[in-house]
Design a protein around this ligand. Structure first.
Ligand code: IMP
Ligand code: MG
Length: 183
């Protein structure tokens, strides 16, 4: 087998290299979809995608989820450049009804967990029956909250990642792989 060339890309001023290839992502997404299928198959859950980052993950995940479900999106803005700002705003709940529903928050990445904690608290007023959390990536070392992260495709290093929904200053979301900052 020839050694594959390491795929390195440049986005703005930074270099990134492949961290999770599309095949690895696909098989973990498949695994989580089948766990969700078993756990929620009889309940018609409400998958709540957190925009913008989760668009690619939720799309691939729900193509593999074979039971009836509803899908909605909420927009969270909390991150600028490479550092979490701590302030989170949510928009989009006006058009959704999650009262008495089993909600699964779908995130691209859980880093400090600040966004998630704020979202979890925010959702309380809409009276869901249950709320669980599903994320593609989990930076366990960076996590500062206590809410359990119920469904995780990959635990990842505490470094800046890009691609498959994640951006660096607005760029890179469309990459089919996850890249890691090359320092
Ligand atoms: P948290 O509030 O610190 O958990 O960060 C949440 C949000 O920050 C995520 O939903 C992402 O939008 C963004 N984020 C965190 N880590 C990264 C990263 O490594 N690359 C790109 N975006 C990230
Ligand atoms: Mg996000």
């Amino acid at each position: 087998m020839p050694t594959k060339f390491l795929k390195v890309i440049t986005v703005r001023d930074k270099n990134f290299e492949v961290y999770l290839d599309a095949k690895a992502i696909d098989s973990q997404v498949e695994r989580i979809a089948s766990v969700l299928d078993t756990e929620y198959g009889s309940t018609t859950p409400f998958f709540l995608g957190v925009l913008n980052g989760s668009f690619m993950f939720i799309s691939d995940l729900l193509k593999k989820y074979e039971k009836p479900c509803e899908i909605g999106f909420i927009k969270a803005a909390s991150y600028e450049g490479m550092h979490s700002t701590g302030k989170v705003n949510f928009t989009g709940m006006e058009s959704l009804n999650i009262e008495n529903r089993d909600v699964i928050i779908v995130e691209d990445i859980v880093d400090t967990g600040n966004t998630l904690k704020a979202l979890h608290e925010f959702l309380g007023q809409f009276k869901p029956k249950s709320v669980k959390i599903c994320t593609l990536l989990f930076k366990k070392e960076a996590y500062k909250q206590t809410l359990p992260i119920d469904y995780v495709c990959f635990e990842v290093e505490n470094k800046f990642l890009l691609g498959y929904g994640l951006d660096y200053d607005g760029l890179g979301r469309n990459l089919p792989e996850v890249y890691i900052l090359n320092e």
